[in-house]
Design a protein around this ligand. Sequence first.
Ligand code: HEC
Length: 229
Amino acid sequence: MISIVISSCDDGRIYEKTVHIPREGRTLKLTGKINGIDKWTNDYNIVVAGFDDKSEYAIISKIVSTSVGEDDNTQVIMAGISDDVTKVELCAIDRLRRRVVTFCSINSSTAEADTIRMDAGTIDVSMYHAIQTHIFTTSCIGCHGESTEAAAQLHLTEGVSYSALVNQPSTINGNILRVKTNNTQESLLHLILNSNDYTHHPHTDILPAKTKTELLELIDSWIDDGAQQ
Ligand code: HEC
């Protein structure tokens, strides 16, 4: 007998509990139209992964293939998810299997079924979109927003941030570019987030302490790999 948990990224969790089965490992079935996997550098993998509450390191993970089936749908099946996994996610992990950004997540600790279904819907998981969502939109647009008064005339809102950054001269120091492709040390975006020597307005504590290291590495990896859109 099989019981099933149906979950969706959009509408939160819907559980259909039927029978309790002693678990020797649950199975995650992910479906979705997942775009942008190939736009990541080699330092990262887009995976489905299981985590516990204590650590940022994946206990189990499986790479999401870029090949798609009918209707552009991706399907991933990951078996053998042990009871210590409390959350399953569609996410980007680095080479240490550390979580960098989460695209879609389900609390699996309360799921009594042996199959966990995750419907990611249509989702853009590209590297620049992750930077936009998890860095700029989350931590920067309060000051670098839509208003004409954006700090240093730098707009980091979705849709305009890329052309505002890449190969554009800085407002506060005309000798440097905001982002110089393949060169973090000559990119003000890198410099201003890593040191307070470049501005009157300290930026080094703007990113949340918990994920700061991963997010700064994400920006560097993106710049070093040609700062692609
Ligand atoms: C609390 C307001 C505030 C927040 C939040 C903020 N900034 Fe700034 N930012 C400023 C100010 C003010 C300046 C201009 C500093 C100066 O004149 O020295 C600036 C300047 C910059 C510059 C230089 C732009 C140029 O053309 O010279 C960059 C790059 C930058 N910020 C990136 C970011 C990023 C990335 C984030 C989010 C992680 C962020 N900022 C969050 C206020 C902010």
